[in-house]
Design a binder for this molecule. Structure first.
Ligand code: FMN
Length: 248
């Protein structure tokens, strides 16, 4: 092997420019991610989905356990799941028979979480012109979850039931990687806990082994740039609000 030559000042400048471009690209992929709730019908090539999943699987996991299992739905398979869930969702008697298997949200809401939850809800409904108390319109909007917001690709994520809380932490990193890798390719996503309520239908339609538990769903595709719901930009607390610096 030849001995690497010492970097010259020109190399250092080029590296800095390359580094700056890499920083900008990664930051842009992260900060341009938003939950998109109306997609164009344009199909996503299977090779792009495969590439996203391959990149996302570089997520770290405790002792490299890689707890993720992904079901990629499109075409008739996606329609079949949407239809089955919507039949239950739109019938109050049937809907009452379904509930989530794990608590994604707190059982008791307190500030600041309840305030943030209300704000994002009313911001979205406000954009869509849904008035407070218009239960039918809210039901219909929530129901769009089960159409994967018209995205051409629906993802359903499952985990082995024997795995513990730590693996769910790993899972979140995998999900975020998918969303960021999608952005790097101009694609958009919406992560969806809404699917957990209908996990029994998902288990049946996807013929899941009993040992697998539904974690959540995700819509994947190209955002409809004309859709008002896609103009929602959510707030974040400033760093100083959630960070304590310990120095001495
Ligand atoms: C695990 C997870 C589940 C979510 N479930 C839903 C869902 O079922 N339906 C939905 O419209 N948004 C869902 N969201 C999106 C959140 O509402 C959204 O991330 C939050 O309001 C911040 O907005 P942003 O994603 O546009 O930055 C979910 C987000 C996460 C991380």
């Amino acid at each position: 092997m030849t001995k690497p030559s010492m970097p010259t000042p020109a190399d250092a400048a080029a590296t800095t420019a390359t580094q700056r471009a890499a920083t900008a690209a990664v930051d842009a992929a992260i900060t341009s991610r938003r939950s998109i709730r109306r997609f164009l019908p344009t199909p996503v090539p299977p090779a792009a989905i495969e590439a996203i999943l391959q990149v996302a699987a570089r997520a770290p996991s405790g002792t490299n356990t890689q707890p993720w299992q992904v079901h990629v739905l499109s075409g008739a398979a996606k329609r079949r799941l949407s239809e089955r869930i919507l039949v239950a969702y739109d019938d109050p008697v049937l809907a009452a028979r379904h509930s989530e298997e794990y608590a994604y949200y707190p059982r008791e809401w307190t500030s600041p979480y309840i305030d943030r939850r209300r704000k994002v809800g009313w911001d979205l409904y406000g954009l869509l012109g849904i008035a407070k108390g218009d239960k039918a319109a809210m039901h219909a909007q929530h129901g769009r979850n089960y159409l994967f917001f018209d995205a051409p690709v629906g993802l359903i994520f499952t985990i082995d039931r024997i795995l513990e809380q730590g693996s769910w932490l790993d899972y979140g990193m995998f999900l975020q990687n998918i969303m960021v890798a999608a952005r790097a390719r101009g694609l958009d996503t919406c992560p969806q806990a809404a699917f957990t309520s209908f996990h029994r239908i998902i288990e049946e339609v996807l013929d899941l082994p009993a040992g697998q538990q539904v974690v959540c769903g995700m819509s994947l595709g190209w955002a409809d740039p004309a859709a008002v719901e896609n103009t929602l930009v959510t707030e974040r607390a400033p760093v100083a609000e959630f960070t304590q610096w310990h120095q001495r």
